[in-house]
Design a binder for this molecule. Structure first.
Ligand code: PLP
Length: 370
């Protein structure tokens, strides 16, 4: 008999999630509403941010952040080469130029010296990425921000629950954006959350995602102050996330325990290295990545054995959308990113994963790298 499959991820869909979604469906209130508000409040409280706005995805949230900061044509925004392409796409979507910097293949995060060197007089912001849940070094980013007067918009798609020197991701950047795609820690099916400490920015973003409406307090009937769009997160989707947020500490502890056990089991396996966590940081382990040689063969073999391994993420410069793009300026040396892309392998990790399943992944991997 073939061994059962081990999936890469498994969203947490408890009975409570089903009950809370059913309650919303029964209520008939399906657009943004009380569940969305409660979800926003739970994320704000968890990360220690004064303001949180639920949106349709991390991608639309990043776009919202750049628009709020007035970034547009003629401006430059620095992004890392090794990331999900949405990080750079949003820069182009608002009409600005994406300047692509190399990453450190040991941490898989942006190379801070390369980020610093990529800044010109046109640079208005950077979008550093806390990739896979590895927190960014905010001491270093803070110095770059001060030196050049940049906005820092964190693509924290993967990093809900991570922290740097005791401060949670979501309270560190000027604006932070999380994803709630099913691959991410807390999911709403599709969705995102934007956090900031600035009340004026929160108000602007709230208006923009509600068609440009004026704040409720100041309106006699609905008044449109600006041209805006619709990035509202439905009550139905928010209820999924809200049910998960009720146990967010337990779910995070569970992921970290699985990651610690993987690290222990893999410690004695030659040919398998682990990326380094930022010193002073606590990883949220949205993805458990290992670094191997001959990644594609190993990934194919694992999949052949029913173990759903996956690449880490993408290197922008290897894709036409970014390599042949007048609104994209690639750094000259992107070897760190290429190394990160070539060697990264994401292993299955999900809440409820059993020790026997982890053993099977590690034994299969150890045999393949030998
Ligand atoms: C998943 C991911 C995104 C996209 O998030 P969506 O919510 O699907 O838009 C962006 N950036 C990074 C680094 C991601 O991992």
């Amino acid at each position: 008999m073939a061994a059962t499959k081990i999936p890469l991820i498994k969203p947490v869909i408890s009975d409570e999630v089903k009950r809370m979604v059913a309650d919303v469906l029964d209520s008939g209130y399906l657009t943004e509403g009380p569940q969305t508000r409660a979800f926003e409040q739970s994320v704000a409280a968890f990360v220690g941010a004064p303001h949180a706005l639920a949106v349709t995805s991390c991608t639309t949230g990043l776009e919202l952040a750049l628009r709020c900061l007035g970034i547009g044509p003629g401006d430059e925004v620095v992004v890392p080469d090794y990331t999900y392409p949405a990080t750079a796409a949003v820069v182009n979507i608002v009409g600005a130029t994406a300047v692509v910097a190399d990453v450190d293949p040991r941490t898989l995060l942006v190379d801070y010296d390369a980020l610093n060197a990529a800044v010109t007089e046109r640079t208005r912001a950077a979008i550093p990425v806390s990739l896979f849940g590895n927190p960014l070094d905010w001491d270093r980013l803070g110095r770059i921000k001060e030196r050049h007067g940049l906005f820092m918009v964190e693509d924290a798609a993967c990093a809900l629950g991570s922290s740097y020197k005791g401060r949670m991701t979501g309270s560190l950047a000027d604006i932070t954006v999380f994803s709630h795609h099913p691959r991410k820690f807390i999911t709403t099916g599709e969705g995102g959350t934007v956090t900031t400490a600035r009340a004026d920015w929160a108000e602007w973003m709230h208006s923009y995602k509600h068609f440009g409406m004026a704040p409720a307090a100041s309106r006699e009937g609905t008044h449109f102050e600006r041209v805006g769009t619709n990035y509202k997160l439905s009550n139905v989707l928010a209820a999924i996330g809200l049910a998960q947020m009720r146990d967010v500490h337990g779910l995070l502890a569970g992921r970290r325990a699985l990651a610690a056990r993987y690290a222990e089991l893999l410690a004695g396996v030659p040919g398998v290295a682990l990326p380094e966590t930022t010193p002073g940081g606590e990883h949220s382990v949205q993805t458990f990545c290992v670094l191997v040689e001959d990644r594609d063969r190993i990934m194919a073999e694992l999949r052949g054995q029913g173990i759903e391994a996956q690449i880490g993420t993408y290197s922008l410069h290897m894709h036409r959308a970014y390599a042949e793009n007048p609104l994209c300026r690639l750094g000259e040396d992107l070897r760190g990113s290429r190394e990160a892309f070539t060697r990264s392998l994401a292993l299955p990790l999900f809440n409820g994963m059993r020790p026997g399943e982890q053993n099977r992944v590690v034994e299969a991997l150890a045999a393949l790298v030998a």
